[in-house]
Design a protein around this ligand. Sequence first.
Ligand SMILES: [Zn+2]
Ligand SMILES: [Zn+2]
Length: 356
Amino acid sequence: MAPKHGLAGLQSEEQLAKRAKSSATPASRSATPADTSAKVPFKVEYPIMDSEKIQTDRQKELMDAADFQVSPFVAKGASKEGELDQYYTVTPTNEWEQMKKYNNFIIQGEVYKNNQFVFVRGEDTPKDKDTEGRPKDFWVARILQVRAKNAQHVYALVAWLYWPEELPPPSVKASDQLGKESGKRRYHGSHELIASNYMDVLDVLSFAGKAEVHHWLEEDDNLQHKLYWRQTFCRETQALSKLRQHCTCKGYFNPEVTMYICDNPTCKIWLHDDHLLDDILTKVYKKHNSNDGTNGVAKINGKKSKNPPYKNAFKATIREENDEPPVAVITDLRPNADPKTWEERIACPECEELLQ
Ligand SMILES: [Zn+2]
Ligand SMILES: [Zn+2]
């Protein structure tokens, strides 16, 4: 079987059909004969639900047979309630509906239930099963519904999650987009998945094991290398849900990049280390240039530039020692500077309280 996984726009219909036609049996189940019966005969379609827009009998049939799926993924920054909920129709509808629904099933001694996250084997997935070591060799999905014709034909309706590299590039290039090839953003972590409302029916034999995927609410940074999702990708709008904005740059948190948190209870801003350094150096520069007749502020011009005025004059690093507040180690790069290097406590760029 060839589970479909592609996002609209990434693959042509022809390519999708080619994928569906080949019916390679999952390598982990060599006992299963590689015959056409392993092929998934079901397809998920998204009907037009407005009877005024219906033009063909087939569209009408799809609408009449539609079911409503409440998405198990509700992102904190969803643009509206139920953003990912949608109507869908599994075709051929009669065959799908005649199969009995089950709440769980067993593969290789493991019990899978509705709502479980699973690793799915794609055509390019290597034969050895290493979902922990190389999770990105697998696709990840969440089980929404299970139906079976008999013990050999068990199907799951799933909603896909995507690795950031699999996201389609947005139609207008995003400023934090990492490359042209995909919609991966700078804030996406290496253990991050993006939940979607793209659905498919899979033969459960394509499952390579259970996946543990944590819903991260961005209230802590205690991820411990677990797989997590915090953001959704909506099929209808092709938009990613909003994330919590942080820092003076109004940017986002990549859990693999250190951030500093202001302890002032009325502020609590999270700060990227490079933007905190930018603020420190801007202040140092201003202080040292306030009486040279060229006010530092005027040079900065209110914008963050790639060549900030302090660039060849000062540099800084942040030093942290156990239980001590972080300090900035500042170096004066100008000739004849005295002192050459000194340390300063760091003030929050928003509220000026010293970081603890
Ligand atoms: Zn920032
Ligand atoms: Zn603050």
